[in-house]
Design a protein around this ligand. Sequence first.
Ligand code: 13P
Length: 337
Amino acid sequence: MSLYEIANQLVAAGKGIMAADRPPAAFEQLLESEGIPVDEAAYRNWSELLFTTPKLNDYVSGIIMTPEQVLLRNDAGEPLIAGVIDRGMIPGISPFTGMITLAGSDGETVGSGLDGLRERLAEVAALGVGFTKWRAAFQIGPGTPSYYAIEANAYVMAQVAALSQEAGLVPIVEPEVMLVGDHTIETCFAVTEWVLSRTFEALYVHRVDLEGTLVKASMVVSGQDCAAQADVDTVAEQTVKVFKRQIPAAIPGIVFLSGGQSDYHATAHLNAMNADYELPWKLSFSYARALQREPMHIWGNRPENVAAAQAALYHRAKMNGLASLGLWTEELEGESV
Ligand code: 13P
């Protein structure tokens, strides 16, 4: 498939992406913090639960995986990735190896993992992986994000995007403006505009083909500790406004991260944008937490709960698939899962 076919298939009408790419160590930490028992097979079993959820492909076009997940096999010895491809979903990879602190900065970060990336991407492309995702995280605070962090991250994201396209993989470029903090929605708007503008400048410098690129963006929202929380319509209005200013219409689609929003808000915000605005790009989802929070609690690392957890995942995928068409309603949330 060409870059354009992959990009357009990932944002096919009514579908979005599931981000499953929590690395093994972070996954185990999360289970422990939630009081869920951890064992050696937990990572494999959780990944298998996610990837084999019945009918997930009705609403999910692609799954972002860690390098470890790309190589996982089921009990019969078959690669899990093969089942994903057979059901018409595109596997993607998050090839970064961790966040490091930018030298000389006030604790700001940049993703690492550029060494050997050309070779690693060629290897996973041969296994059937169709896209990459690379995240930059910007925290709003006194003096942050800085010009330094925005420029450094924009250049790394653009290098990864260019290397991805060289390997025939669609890059999903993820500049995340984080929810943490007590900033207002106006501050979030200003920071998002700055970050997007510098990210696209870097993509231009690195000769990235925009028609074969997707953006994974955060929404323009009030900081989670801000006393005045913007309502759903304001979030939709401000998010669409900043994208129209800074994201070229050549980009086939923008897929949101959930970033710590509640399941309800992640869906309601996406729906409002699609229901109320004329948009030059597809707007859909690439959620981790807003798809998997509830399924993980239901699962609790107990095999007898797999089917119920998969039903809950399917329900959230369906709600967000409908939101990507502007067809979600609150009443649908009550549907039995
Ligand atoms: P959340 O939806 O949980 O923010 O995760 C999306 C993601 O992949 C962050 O890189």
